[in-house]
Write a protein that binds this ligand. Structure first.
Ligand SMILES: Nc1ncnc2c1ncn2[C@@H]1O[C@H](COP(=O)(O)OP(=O)(O)OP(=O)(O)O)[C@@H](O)[C@H]1O
Ligand SMILES: [Mg+2]
Length: 295
C-alpha cells in the first residue's frame, strides 16, 4: 500500500514572542507533526495553547523562528505566496462587512481574490446552497445570527476553491444547532472537493468527527491520534469540579493550575471547572488538592 498523501509536514517548529513582562517565551515550542490529505484534522487546545500562532505560520502570515514547515509540498518559509495561492484561511475573528448584504460580502471577497465572473456564478450558487443562505442574500451581514455569520464567513473564505482549508475556532459564538450545520458543511466539502481541512477548537467533543486530533498545550503537542484512541487514553483523567458558593470557578481553576505536577489543565465551563489530571497523580493526591470541593 502506498503512503497516504501528506498535506502538512512540520519538523522542530518554534515561534518565540515577548510576554507582556518582556521575557521571551515559546508560543510554539518544538512542534513536529504531519497532517494527512483529504481528511478533517483538529487542533484542540485551551486559550493560549498556540493554535492560532501555528495556523498563521502555516498560512504564511507569520515567520517561524526555527524548524521546517511544508504545506502542500511547498516550503512556506521560502515561498509563502505560493502557499497563500492554494489555501483558504478563516481567521478566528473573521471580518465581515456588517453594513453590506450577504451577496455584497461574497462579491467583495471574490474581488479581493480575483475570482473571474464566470467562475463566481457557479461558486456562489454552490456556497449559498450548501450554507442554506440563498434566501438571505439581501440581508445585511450585521443582521445575521452568530451561526449564520460564521456560515457566511465560511462561504466568503471559499469563494475560490482551495486545496487546504484552515479554520480557526469556527464554532465560537455559534448556537448548537448551527454548529452541527457548520460541521455538516465541512464534511460535505471534504467529500465533494477532496479538500483537506484543519480546524481548531477548544473543545474535545467537537473534534469527534475528525480523522486525526492533535492536542496542544503551552505550545507543545500533548497527545495525538484518532478520536477513539485519544478517548481511551484520556479515560479517567478528565473531571468536572463543582464550584461552591464561597469558592467561585476561577478561584478553583487558579488552584488547580497552580499544581502543574498533578494537573495538566483546568478550564472554567458553565460555573464548574473541567480539568485533566496527570496520569501519575493518583486519586489521593487529587482529593488532597480538592479537599473542600465536590467532584
Ligand atoms: N503577536 C504576539 N505577540 C506576543 N505574544 C503573542 C502574540 N501572538 C500570540 N501571543 C501569545 O502566544 C500564546 C499562544 O497564542 P495563540 O493565539 O496562538 O493561542 P490559541 O491557542 O490560538 O488561543 P486562543 O484560544 O486564545 O485563540 C499566547 O500566550 C499569546 O498571548
Ligand atoms: Mg486562537
Amino acid at each position: 500500500m502506498s503512503e497516504p498523501d501528506i498535506t502538512v509536514a512540520i519538523e522542530g517548529l518554534r515561534k518565540r514572542f515577548d510576554a507582556p513582562d518582556g521575557k521571551p517565551f515559546d508560543a510554539i515550542d518544538d512542534i513536529s507533526l504531519t497532517v494527512r490529505a483529504g481528511e478533517l484534522t483538529a487542533f484542540v487546545g485551551p486559550d493560549g495553547a498556540g493554535k492560532t500562532t501555528l495556523m498563521r505560520m502555516m498560512a504564511g502570515l507569520l515567520r517561524p523562528d526555527e524548524g521546517s514547515l511544508n504545506v502542500l509540498g511547498i516550503d512556506v518559509r521560502a515561498d509563502p505566496q505560493s502557499v497563500q495561492n492554494r489555501i483558504s484561511y478563516m481567521p478566528q475573528r473573521f471580518g465581515l462587512y456588517e453594513d453590506l448584504s450577504v451577496q455584497e460580502n461574497l462579491d467583495l471577497y471574490a474581488d479581493l481574490h480575483g475570482v473571474p465572473q464566470e467562475v463566481r456564478r457557479e461558486r456562489f450558487g454552490r456556497m449559498l446552497e450548501m450554507t442554506d443562505m440563498a434566501r438571505f442574500t439581501d440581508r445585511p451581514a450585521g443582521k445575521l445570527s452568530g451561526g449564520m455569520k460564521q456560515k457566511l464567513g465560511l462561504a466568503c473564505t471559499l469563494v475560490r476553491s482551495p486545496d487546504l482549508l484552515l479554520l480557526d475556532e469556527p464554532s465560537v459564538g455559534v448556537d448548537p444547532l448551527s454548529r452541527r450545520d457548520l460541521w455538516k458543511i465541512i464534511d460535505q466539502l471534504i467529500a465533494d472537493e477532496q479538500l483537506s481541512v484543519i480546524v481548531s477548537t477548544a473543545y474535545m467533543d467537537e473534534a469527534e468527527r475528525c480523522g486525526q486530533i492533535f492536542v496542544f498545550h503551552h505550545g507543545r503537542i500533548l497527545a495525538d491520534g484518532p478520536p477513539d484512541a485519544l478517548r481511551k487514553r484520556a479515560e479517567g483523567l478528565g473531571y468536572v469540579a463543582d464550584a461552591l458558593p464561597d469558592r467561585p470557578a476561577r478561584v478553583l481553576q487558579a488552584r488547580l493550575i497552580d499544581a502543574p505536577d498533578r494537573i495538566i489543565d483546568a478550564v472554567p465551563k458553565g460555573g464548574d471547572v473541567h480539568f485533566i489530571r496527570r496520569p501519575q497523580c493518583d486519586e489521593a493526591a487529587l482529593a488532597d488538592l480538592l479537599s473542600d470541593t465536590r467532584v
